[in-house]
Write a protein that binds this ligand. Structure first.
Ligand code: SF4
Length: 345
């Protein structure tokens, strides 16, 4: 069975011609799905009834089902639990800011990377998400909220660069002007630092926003927080980021979770300045969102502010990420993990 919403425009056109139809029918189907948000073949009324029947016999538009929506009482954050066709569940988080709204989407079912502070890695790894499963997180939320999402961050469950082909295929499709037409500059991909794939992103010229989860400026300590640090050193990651910047002209962001008594003292801010000074980059400080499985607290507001002041004073453009949706299990993967546990009990 074909999955029409997983196919690029070229693939759809080719398939329709193979089936003895006119090439432009492929474009009509593609625009119906990605431009007009049609999710049922029956609703493609610009196609003949016989073609609609043929399409239904030979394939489908595979939709995610929204199982639950959690709305924050503190802000406009909404968290969606979605079910894939094979019964796996993923989550997407909608966040509203004063100037725009963003959807944080998942790229895998679970994550193999094992970062100690992350809920996504605590449940069994399932599989990579297909392109249409990433696209449909956006389309399903658009339909539910009757909105149009114009910013997306691949910062939910999964390591996007471990699913390179599907993730870059997704980026090509969501930014395709003949389809949904999201600006490629409104797409952010967050990685724990898969060095060869950062080079590949640069080589393939994807001018997206690249965010590196750094979290500790010392290799030996970072390895304990993020096992990927045993494979790639911070210096190797920074070299790959320089290459990405050279090839795409896009400034790289570094994500730094502030954990009390772990990485928030002057020793860390000094080392971070040493590493980042002179680089065209941006630092994002994130007070830790505590999870049950990681017995640490967020840095105090005072420490966060001191860290922020130090970095800016030393020439590193720094922001503090505002906490969102704290009353509805804020951390990445936390909702899904809780949902799976409840289902099991
Ligand atoms: S922080 Fe990202 S890479 Fe690390 S375990 Fe969580 S989802 Fe995976």
């Amino acid at each position: 069975m074909e999955i029409y919403n997983n196919m690029s425009l070229l693939e759809l056109e080719k398939k329709l011609v193979q089936w003895g139809e006119k090439k432009f029918r492929g474009r009509q189907i593609y625009e119906g799905i990605h431009k007009q948000g049609i999710s049922s073949i029956d609703d493609m009324t610009n196609l003949s009834k016989s073609l609609r029947e043929k399409l239904k016999e030979r394939g489908t538009i595979a939709k995610l089902e929204i199982l639950e929506v959690f709305s924050s009482k503190l802000d406009d954050t909404k968290k969606f639990i979605l079910e894939c066709k094979d019964g796996n569940v993923i989550e997407a988080v909608y966040m509203k800011y004063s100037s725009h709204s963003t959807l944080c989407i998942s790229s895998q079912i679970g994550c193999k990377m094992g970062c100690v502070f992350c809920a996504s890695t605590k449940e069994r790894f399932g599989r990579n998400l297909e392109k249409h499963e990433m696209l449909d997180q956006i389309y399903a939320v658009n339909e539910y909220l009757n909105t149009r999402i114009d910013n997306v961050v691949l910062m939910g469950i999964g390591e996007p660069l471990e699913n390179y082909d599907n993730v870059t295929g997704f980026i090509e499709m969501i930014s395709d002007e003949k389809g949904y037409g999201m600006s490629i500059r409104s797409i952010t991909l967050s990685t724990c630092g898969i060095v060869p794939k950062i080079y590949q992103l640069g080589e393939d010229h994807f001018p997206i926003n690249l965010a590196i989860s750094l979290h500790n400026p010392f290799n030996e300590e970072r390895k304990k927080l993020m096992p990927i640090g045993k494979k790639y050193s911070i210096e190797e990651i920074l070299d790959a980021c320089d290459y990405f910047f050279k090839e795409t002209g896009r400034r790289v962001s570094f994500e730094y979770t502030l954990i009390q008594d772990e990485n928030d003292s002057l020793k860390y801010s000094k080392k971070l300045v040493q590493l980042l000074r002179g680089r065209n980059c941006h630092l994002n400080l994130i007070p830790l969102n505590p999870i049950k499985e990681y017995d640490r607290s967020s840095s105090s507001e005072k420490s966060v502010q001191e860290f922020y002041n130090y970095m800016n004073k030393h020439g590193i453009t720094t922001t503090i990420r505002r906490k969102q949706g704290q009353d509805i299990e804020g951390a990445c993967g936390q909702l899904r993990a809780n949902y799976i546990r409840e289902e099991r009990s």
